[in-house]
Design a protein around this ligand. Structure first.
Ligand code: NAG
Ligand code: NAG
Ligand code: NAG
Ligand code: NAG
Ligand code: NAG
Ligand code: NAG
Ligand code: NAG
Ligand code: NAG
Ligand code: NAG
Length: 614
């Protein structure tokens, strides 16, 4: 009975839709609401037909014509042809997810002018021909994720000017054509994930002028173009997640963006890309978790004046330099849990006056005088119910920061000032060009850092390169010593508890020999590394040294020529003495024939040179 009514209605609709009188239509509709395809669930009051997981291989018969919501997900549909949905012009939401659709024919949705949401997730689509989405000007959500689409063609979304949300993730995408996103003027959110794209061009993104959220996840992209997002004037949130091949973000990569949310996580970035943050003065939230960043350098975030949340969880962080968070005046939440931090010195957070939550748990913290400020401040700062725990010293290992009584703090959170072993001054006399060593061993808690100061007041640290370096253990090594290295070298051992010094006196003797000259030149060349010259200085210095080299080479030559001449003289005298005159040297060599006008010798073959000796 209901089937029959729907059939009649189908005919009426398709033949003379325009002519049917309003009243008759109303009457029919009220009767048709009873109709519902077998096995499906219909809710007439909201005009929905739900045929979820019904093993359907084709669009079922009996769908009421005025249906607005049609759910055909998890069935076995293979193909959507031009006429299949055309008879339901009032459709607003169509869910075709998780079928086995391989093919969408052009015009498959052409009649559905009211369509707002079209879900095609989890099918077998390889290619979407041009024209499939034409005229769907009311569509706001399109989900094409989990298909097998390889390429997004030019103009394929051309008519979707009201589309707000587009999902194309988890496809086999290898290429996004330059004009694929043309026409998507209303797009607000775009997610591209899990596909084989090796780049995402700034040109193709440039059409998305109203995009507010861009999520790019699980991609094998190893670089971003300069100004990759330049025309996304309205982008507020950018997420780059799980790009194992990405190692750098250059200062211009994010140029043109005015973001409030930025997340760059699970990549291979090894330092904070502070240059790229330069213009992000409206950024409120930054997530840099799961990157192999070991150090936060001073001033890394200084341009982020409105940042409120900073997350660097699981990043292998072991050092936070003084003033690392300089400029973050509005920071409220700092999450640096699950790292390798031994301490967090007050100087790092000095300028962060508004911090409310600090997550520092799961770090191998050393509870010494460097953390005293934090324990004393614990009332003002919240650890979000995750108390940091002491990993050392041994006697309070495992204690939580809040477990200490205020009166006991001075007993536990202490440092032991460095003390240099064997402090008597060392004296070494060396010849120019030699290598000298001065030891400096110090005890203290925490382990002291050793630094040397040269007679010229230059700092030598374990990171110095050049002739003077500090070996593990604090020993100063100076290679190719020069006369001007003579003087007193000072060792400074310092930790948070204080410092200790010792002295070492070097005397370099002048030695004028070829070896010393060579050492002097090598030393001069090595010195380039030590001092930061500007270009002019380097040039001057280099020409100077070139001169030295030339002169010494010339001097060497003269000596050599002298020796050769002397030999010849001996030979000559000797041969005279024996009275022979057969000193003809015959030198023969041939030119290889070269094609070209410049080498046109008459015979071209071998030439003979005779050289008579006196
Ligand atoms: C969008 O839908 C409304 C009704 O919801 C309709 O009036 C309008 O014509 C549709 N727009 C287009 C471009 O078809
Ligand atoms: C994409 O990459 C996956 C895994 O690396 C591979 O199995 C698949 O064949 C690739 N697809 C294309 C279209 O290259
Ligand atoms: C990440 O970078 C390091 C060097 O910085 C390199 O050794 C490693 O192979 C990189 N990892 C990947 C997945 O590319
Ligand atoms: C950047 O975004 C903020 C809010 O997110 C807005 O107030 C500001 O005007 C924007 N600046 C520019 C130059 O668009
Ligand atoms: C930061 O990124 C990580 C890794 O993607 C994620 O697990 C975490 O939830 C993010 N944190 C916030 C606050 O969004
Ligand atoms: C900080 O990171 C941890 C993961 O180490 C996470 O469980 C926690 O929710 C984060 N805390 C805040 C306040 O975001
Ligand atoms: C060594 O300690 C003194 C105070 O004890 C301090 O004035 C000085 O700056 C420290 N020097 C270094 C290099 O840490
Ligand atoms: C080479 O040695 C001489 C004499 O010892 C010295 O005056 C000169 O500065 C040295 N040159 C350099 C580059 O060290
Ligand atoms: C290089 O240094 C010299 C001397 O210190 C100075 O006169 C010159 O202006 C500097 N040049 C540049 C480009 O900084």
């Amino acid at each position: 009975m209901t089937d029959c009514v729907s059939k009649i209605m189908f005919h009426t609709m398709s033949m003379c839709w325009q002519q049917v009188l309003g009243l008759t239509l109303m009457a029919l509709i009220t009767r048709c609401t009873v109709s519902c395809p077998p096995r499906c669930d219909c809710a007439p009051h909201i005009r929905s037909v739900l045929c979820h997981r019904k093993r359907l291989t084709a669009i079922p018969e009996g769908i009421p014509i005025e249906t607005k919501v049609l759910d055909l997900s998890k069935n076995r549909l293979r193909c959507i042809g031009p006429g299949d949905l055309a008879t339901f012009p009032l459709l607003e939401e169509v869910d075709l997810s998780e079928n086995i659709i391989t093919n969408l024919e052009p015009g498959a949705f052409s009649n559905l002018l009211n369509l707002r949401s079209l879900l095609l997730r989890g099918n077998q689509l390889k290619l979407i021909p041009a024209g499939v989405f034409s005229r769907l000007a009311n569509l706001t959500r399109l989900d094409l994720s989990e298909n097998k689409i390889v390429i997004l063609l030019d103009l394929m979304f051309q008519d979707l000017r009201n589309l707000k949300q587009l999902e194309v993730g988890d496809n086999d995408l290898v290429y996004i054509s330059q004009r694929a996103f043309s026409g998507l003027l209303g797009l607000d959110q775009l997610t591209i994930e899990k596909c084989n794209l090796t780049s995402i061009s700034g040109e193709s993104l440039s059409y998305l002028q109203n995009l507010a959220t861009l999520r790019l996840r699980h991609l094998a992209i190893s670089f971003l173009e300069e100004q990759n997002f330049r025309k996304l004037y309205n982008l507020k949130e950018l997420e780059i997640d799980s790009w194992p091949l990405l190692e750098t973000i250059t200062p211009t990569t994010l140029y043109g963006l005015n973001l409030t949310y930025l997340s760059i996580t699970s990549t291979n970035l090894s330092s904070v890309p502070s240059g790229a943050f330069r213009n992000l003065v409206y950024l409120q939230m930054l997530n840099l978790s799961y990157n192999p960043i070991t150090t936060i350098e001073s001033g890394s975030f200084r341009d982020l004046i409105r940042l409120q949340h900073l997350y660097m969880v699981n990043t292998l962080l072991s050092t936070i330099q003084p003033h690392a968070f300089l400029g973050l005046r509005q920071l409220r939440v700092l999450n640096i849990s699950n790292n390798l931090l031994v301490t967090l010195e007050e100087s790092a957070l000095q300028t962060v006056g508004n911090l409310v939550v600090l997550r520092l748990d799961n770090n191998p913290l050393s509870c010494d005088c460097r953390l005293l400020w934090l324990v004393q401040k614990k009332i003002a700062l919240s650890f979000d119910d995750n108390q940091p725990v002491c990993a050392s010293p041994a006697d309070i290992q495992g204690s939580r920061l809040q477990d200490f009584e205020d009166t006991a703090l001075q007993d536990y959170f202490t440092c032991q000032k460095p003390k240099i072993r064997d402090r008597k001054p060392q004296r070494v006399t060396a010849g120019e060009g030699q290598t000298v060593y001065f030891t400096c061993r110090a005890d203290g808690e925490p382990a002291p850092v050793i630094m040397w100061v040269s007679p010229q007041r230059r700092m030598i640290t374990s990171r110095s390169s050049g002739r003077a370096t500090i070996l593990p253990g604090g020993t100063l090594e100076i290679r190719f010593v020069q006369v001007h290295d003579s003087g007193t070298h000072i060792c400074i051992a310092s930790n948070a508890g204080g410092n200790d010094t010792s002295f070492a006196v070097l005397t370099v003797k002048v030695q004028r020999s070829e070896g010393a000259l060579f050492a002097n030149m090598t030393g001069a060349l090595l010195e380039f590394n030590e001092t930061a010259f500007n270009d002019t200085q380097v040039f001057l210095k280099f020409t100077l040294d070139l001169k030295t080299i030339l002169v010494s080479t010339a001097m060497g030559c003269i000596t050599f020529m002298g020796v050769v001449l002397f030999c010849f003289l001996i030979l000559f005298v000797w041969s005279r003495g024996r009275g022979h005159h057969k000193n003809n040297f015959s030198v023969e060599y041939s030119f290889r024939k070269v094609d070209g006008p410049t080498m046109s010798s008459g015979q071209g073959g071998a030439r003979k040179f005779n050289m008579k000796m006196i």
